[in-house]
Design a protein around this ligand. Sequence first.
Ligand SMILES: Nc1ncnc2c1ncn2[C@@H]1O[C@H](COP(=O)(O)OP(=O)(O)OP(=O)(O)O)[C@@H](O)[C@H]1O
Length: 461
Amino acid sequence: MMNSAPVPLPDPNPTPVLVVEDIASVQHVYMAQLQKMGLVPHSAENTRQAMALFAQHPYPLVLLDLMLPDGDGMDLIAQMRAEAPHTQIIVITAERMAERAVTAMRAGVFDYLTKPVSEPRLQSAINRALAQIRGQRASGSPSPGAVGAFIGQSEQMAALYDRIRQTATSDASVLIVGESGTGKEICAEAIHRLSPRAGNPFVVFDCSAIRADRFESELFGHMRGALPGAISDHAGAAIRADGGTLFLDKLTELDTALQGKLLRFLQNQKVRPVGSPTERQVDLRILSASDIPQQDAVEQGKLRADLLYRLCVVALHIPPLRERREDIGPLAEHFLRKFAAQEQRGFTTIPEQTLHRLQTALWPGNVRELMNMIRSAVILNDGDALTLDMLPQISEPPPQNDTPLDALAAFDGESLAQIERRIIEYRLARNDQSVPQTARGLQVAPSTLYRKLETWRATEE
Ligand SMILES: Nc1ncnc2c1ncn2[C@@H]1O[C@H](COP(=O)(O)OP(=O)(O)OP(=O)(O)O)[C@@H](O)[C@H]1O
């Protein structure tokens, strides 16, 4: 019997690597080396090609020449790190200037090699970068399982990514529920990009921006002359999305009469543009989003129950940012890098004090609010560190739970139900009787409060 050494099994998911190098012979050497190491190399000759490939696939590893025919590789570093903060970049350049090496390392590159690079040196740098990538994945720290444009590895978000992956392969309708700015649109886009329809269009239909008299023309399109001002044929959202995904954003802001029309269309997916004599069958996957929990929306008369059943085969909930504070740091760092690169500012760090304040703020506008605040701080300031004085709009942290025990004595002798009622009524009074606002503050669904109010009213009658 032959006694051979065990042959390593091929890696079922080989790592794709982007090689950005304009000299064909050099590019060939790197590609051969990467293939020998069981990796999958893709090549780009210039910054334009590199960013086009990178936009399709944020490569975990990039080998990058700095002198490219259409630009400086340093700009690519900034853009790639802004798009995909966990990508490892190995610079291989003929430039020996120490200053450039320092700048590149500061910009976050993994290694800086000068040409000519020996095979063992290159192999060792690649192996170390791969170990780092594997380490990140194993430790679960930077976005191992994140989907699409999402940043954040809290337990809640990791569970959401799993559900997104599961639902992506099906053709079922998905309703995405979450407060404004939590990432419902990027969730919908991630589902589409992971689905078998990814090669076809993803079209957003913003229900809040539709005038009642334009609903059909926006959704189904119109023929020239069919409406005042219709100077040419117009393809509606349903036709533009044919074969792909139609995302109905801000669903509950659609007038309920129009919701009936939408339901009829969803039942047969037949489109007749305004003014057209003929009907056309389309093939769409429907995703939709609401910032009100679905049952509350039905109870409040903002969503027809029959439409909900059609649109919500699966419901996905995106938690508000205040319920996943561990995501705030990675998100803030991502936005800081991204906007610093975009605005050509030198920001690289968020000091502990700023981070703490970001992590304890309430963020009623969720990730969008955090993003906009960092963007404006970057535009209006410069420096290395994002200091607190650059974030004047940041809200005060919620008061600590240090209610003096004496204050609680006011509830002595009352049942838990009575105390709850007093607190709810107090908060409602402070919020001008707004149930949604009070529910947000108490971190319960508005339906919970509506039900309680109803019960109290009934017991008083
Ligand atoms: N987890 C996240 N990681 C990175 N960017 C995020 C994340 N969540 C939201 N964003 C960004 O925040 C902004 C708001 O996200 P998005 O438009 O998807 O929110 P939304 O829930 O659809 O809001 P609205 O209900 O107001 O339409 C976008 O620029 C999006 O890219």
